[in-house]
Write a protein that binds this ligand. Structure first.
Ligand SMILES: [Zn+2]
Length: 368
């Protein structure tokens, strides 16, 4: 009986987890009526929007054909509803601030202030910096391998993981690019692109962590490790794009909830109930564990760099749990988290370069 009760409790817990993402701001009646009014009149207070004179497909509701909304504005989806929601949110938050109330989320997001139409300017700038750091790390890795270290007679590198790190670099730069796009304008397409590229990167780096930590050098063995994981990641991306994207939850949000979910849900085999975008965090934690355990047992000369990067990365993930409202409407926990990945990336590529040197040196020693 006690067991049954436990199972029922866990099922209820798992089923209720996605509901925790609902936000208070858009349930507020003053905000709701503001948006409703604005969609009819096209104005919030003295601020009026051009787009409210156009229907959703860009055709003017009244007026001649040449009044059609310009293409670039439609691409940015600065439509009536989005402008109304933003202005009503600013107005409501202003009122709330005067009353001494704390900020609340609207449609799953904190109230951010836009700069030149960019929704989260700090997160965009930090994503761009992360992209630059990845590019710098990759280029220096490339130069080290092909210009500084000796090459095999067939012009290939001695280091066995060169190709894998190249793919990793490309996937991570792609991921930061879409992260910058997503934080500048959050629409369904940009969210899907950002999330899919993050899943692809995390899935690939999980494969890479296993191959490197277990020193899998044989081609057939590599395929055996990679194939099931790649299949899983691909189906997960397809699932996200064509079936369901869990809005309101950001990548690696609610770490503890995820761990509870994974541990409990998989143990009582009700995975379909809990299957959502938190899969991403699961793969992230797994690879952190793989690297951490390897750093603990290996005698690799640069293992401390691995340790610092892994522990730093893990601690930074805590920022996503302490999800506080944006400071002055700009810097929230998520933006800070993007800031912490910059030094981690630097140290990370530093470790990769050391690893290439270390492996090359030990292979050359064996060859002699
Ligand atoms: Zn982000």
């Amino acid at each position: 009986m006690a067991r049954l009760r436990l199972i029922l409790f866990l099922s209820a817990l798992c089923a209720s987890l996605p509901a925790l993402d609902a936000s208070a701001g858009d349930a507020d009646s003053i905000y709701k009526s503001c948006v409703e009014q604005c969609e009819k009149s096209g104005c919030v207070g003295s601020k009026c929007f051009q787009h409210c004179k156009f229907s959703s497909d860009g055709k003017p509701i009244d007026g001649p054909w040449y009044m059609q909304e310009p293409m670039y504005l439609r691409w940015k989806q600065w439509d009536c509803r989005s402008d109304c929601r933003y202005q009503c949110m600013l107005a409501r938050e202003g009122e709330r601030e005067k009353l001494g109330d704390k900020p609340v989320k609207y449609h799953g997001k904190w109230p951010f202030k836009r700069v030149y139409g960019i929704q989260e300017p700090v997160a965009v700038a930090l994503s761009a910096l992360n992209l630059a750091m990845q590019f710098h790390g990759w280029i220096s890795f490339f130069i080290l391998l092909y210009y500084k270290l000796p090459l095999r007679p067939n012009k290939k590198t001695y280091y066995e993981y060169t190709g894998l790190w190249h793919i990793y670099a490309i996937l991570s730069m792609n991921s930061w690019f879409w992260s910058a796009v997503f934080h500048s304008r959050d629409v369904e397409l940009t969210e899907k692109l950002d999330y899919s590229s993050a899943v692809a990167l995390i899935g690939f780096s999980l494969i890479l962590s296993i191959l490197r930590a277990f020193n899998v050098r044989d081609e057939a063995a590599r395929v055996m490790v990679a194939a099931p994981l790649a299949a899983f990641v691909t189906t997960h991306i397809l699932y996200l794009n064509f079936y369901k994207l869990d809005y309101g939850t950001r990548f690696s949000e609610n770490l503890f909830l995820l761990m509870i979910e994974v541990a409990f849900c998989s143990s009582i085999l009700i995975i379909p109930l809990c299957l959502n975008t938190k899969v991403c965090t699961g793969m992230g934690i797994t690879q952190l564990l793989v690297w951490a355990v390897w750093a603990g047992v290996t005698s690799h000369p640069s293992r401390w760099k691995l340790w610092v990067a892994v522990v730093g990365g893990g601690l930074a993930m805590l920022l996503e749990i302490y999800d506080f409202p944006p400071y002055r409407g700009f810097v929230d926990a998520h933006a800070l988290w993007h800031a912490t990945t910059i030094p981690c990336t630097f140290l990370w590529w530093n470790f990769v370069r050391d690893d290439a040197e270390f492996r090359t040196a030990s292979l050359l020693k064996k060859a002699k």
